[in-house]
Design a protein around this ligand. Structure first.
Ligand SMILES: O=C(O)C(=O)C[C@@H](O)[C@H](O)[C@H](O)COP(=O)(O)O
Length: 365
C-alpha cells in the first residue's frame, strides 16, 4: 500500500493506494468523528459493492446511503438539489461526513454537495474506476450545465482518498478505456518514460494487467498530486491537467452528457492538441503514431461528423481557460513537456477546420 500526499493551502491529505486500501477507511472516519455518514454511490457500484462499504463502516456511526443513477447525466442541478434535500431530511449537520463511493460522476457530484451543504462538510473519496485516479484527486468538484461541463463547482478538497485497486477488477471495457485516456494524458503532459511504457506495453485494452495498472495509477496520481500541490486553484501550472479537455469537453457536451464518454471525448481532444502543437510550435510530435495507437485501443479519433466546427468553437469559448474571447490551448513542446498557446476564436476555428479536413481526406486516400 502506498500513500501519496496532496498539499493544499488549508490542509494536507493522503491518497492511499493499494489492493487493500479500503481497510484504511475506518481509521480516517474515526479521525473525523462524524455525527452521521452519508454514502453517495451509483446503481452500478451499489449492485456490486454497496454491501462491502456498509459492512466495513459497521454500526459505529449512523449511516445513510443514497444511490444515484449511474452516468454523466446525474451531474445535474436536479440531483444536486435532491441530495441536499435528502441530507436535510436526515438531519445531517456540520460534523457529518459524505463518502463519495464510485467513479468521476459520483466524486464530482458528492464533492460539490459536501462543499455547499451548510457551507461545507468533510468528505472522503472512495474511487472505484480508473478515471477516478484523476478526478478523485485535487478537489475539483462540480455539476454540469447544459451549456458546458463542470460549469458550476468549487475547489474543495477531500479529507482523504482511499483508492482500492480491487474495485477495478470489475470495470467494463468502456470504463477502462475512459480512465486510460486520463492515464495517457498524465504521461503526455509530464512523463516521457510513462508514455513509452504505456505505448510499448499496452496496444489493446486486454493488455492491461495488474502490474500495468499499479504503475499507471501510482504515477498518474503522483503527477496529479504534484501539480495540484503546486497550484491548487489553477492560477497557472494546473491548467496543464486540462490537456485535451478544451475540445474534449466541447465534444462531450455537444453529444449530450453520457452519450460519449469523458475519456473518448478527451482522446479526440488530445489528438487535436497534438496536431495543433506540430502545426503552431514548430515541433514534430509523433501525431500519426499516437492516432494509430488510439485506434488500436478503441478510442474514437475524429470529431463526430454531426458536430459542426461552429458549434464546437462556441462551446470552447465557454471553457474555463478562456478570457476576453482568447482561447487557451494546452499544447506539447515534446512528450512530457507542455506550454500554453492562445488563439482568437477565428484562428482556432480555421485550425480546427483544417484538422478535420485533413482527417477526412486521409480517410478517403
Ligand atoms: O484537475 C484538473 O485540474 C483537471 O483539469 C483534470 C481534468 O482531467 C478533469 O476532467 C477536470 O475536472 C476538468 O476540469 P475543468 O476545470 O476543465 O472543468
Amino acid at each position: 500500500m502506498e500513500s501519496i500526499l496532496v498539499n493544499t493551502v488549508d490542509d494536507t491529505y493522503p491518497v492511499i493506494v493499494g489492493s487493500d486500501a479500503l481497510k484504511e477507511l475506518p481509521n480516517h472516519l474515526r479521525g473525523l468523528s462524524p455525527s452521521k455518514i452519508l454514502v453517495i454511490t451509483d446503481t452500478n457500484v451499489d449492485k456490486l459493492y454497496g454491501h462491502v462499504l456498509v459492512d466495513l463502516i459497521g454500526g459505529d456511526w449512523k449511516t445513510y446511503k443514497y444511490v444515484i443513477k449511474s452516468g454523466e447525466a446525474a451531474k445535474s442541478f436536479e440531483m444536486f438539489y435532491e441530495l441536499h434535500s435528502y441530507a436535510l431530511k436526515n438531519e445531517l449537520d456540520r460534523k457529518s461526513v459524505i463518502i463519495a463511493f464510485g467513479g468521476g460522476v459520483v466524486g464530482d457530484l458528492s464533492g460539490f454537495v459536501a462543499a455547499t451543504y451548510m457551507r461545507g462538510i468533510p468528505f472522503i473519496q472512495v474511487p472505484t474506476t480508473l478515471l477516478a485516479h484523476d478526478s478523485a484527486v485535487g478537489g475539483k468538484v462540480a455539476i454540469n450545465h447544459p451549456e458546458g461541463k463542470n460549469m458550476i463547482g468549487a475547489f474543495y478538497q477531500p479529507k482523504a482518498v482511499v483508492y482500492d485497486s480491487n474495485f477495478l477488477q470489475s470495470l467494463p471495457a468502456n470504463e477502462m478505456r475512459s480512465g486510460f485516456a486520463e492515464v495517457i494524458k498524465h504521461a503526455l503532459i509530464r512523463s516521457e518514460s510513462l508514455y513509452q511504457f504505456l505505448f510499448k506495453e499496452i496496444r489493446r485494452l486486454d493488455d492491461i494487467k495488474t502490474e500495468h495498472l499499479q504503475r499507471m495509477i501510482l504515477e498518474g496520481i503522483q503527477i496529479k498530486a504534484d501539480v495540484v500541490s503546486k497550484d491548487e486553484k489553477e492560477l497557472g501550472l494546473r491548467a496543464i491537467l486540462n490537456f485535451g479537455h478544451t475540445l474534449g469537453h466541447a465534444i462531450e457536451a455537444e453529444a449530450g452528457y453520457g452519450k460519449l464518454s469523458h475519456g473518448d471525448s478527451i482522446a479526440i481532444g488530445m489528438l487535436f492538441a497534438t496536431w495543433l502543437s506540430n502545426k503552431t510550435l514548430d515541433v514534430s510530435l509523433p501525431y500519426h503514431e499516437l492516432k494509430l495507437w488510439f485506434k488500436e485501443i478503441g478510442f474514437p479519433v475524429e470529431v463526430p461528423a454531426s458536430q459542426s466546427t461552429d458549434q464546437l468553437i462556441s462551446r470552447m469559448k465557454k471553457d474555463k481557460k478562456t478570457t476576453s474571447n482568447q482561447l487557451t490551448m494546452i499544447v506539447l513542446k515534446e512528450i512530457g513537456v507542455t506550454t500554453s498557446a492562445i488563439f482568437s476564436e477565428d484562428e482556432l476555428y480555421s485550425l480546427l477546420n483544417e484538422w478535420r479536413a485533413e482527417e477526412r481526406s486521409e480517410k478517403v486516400d
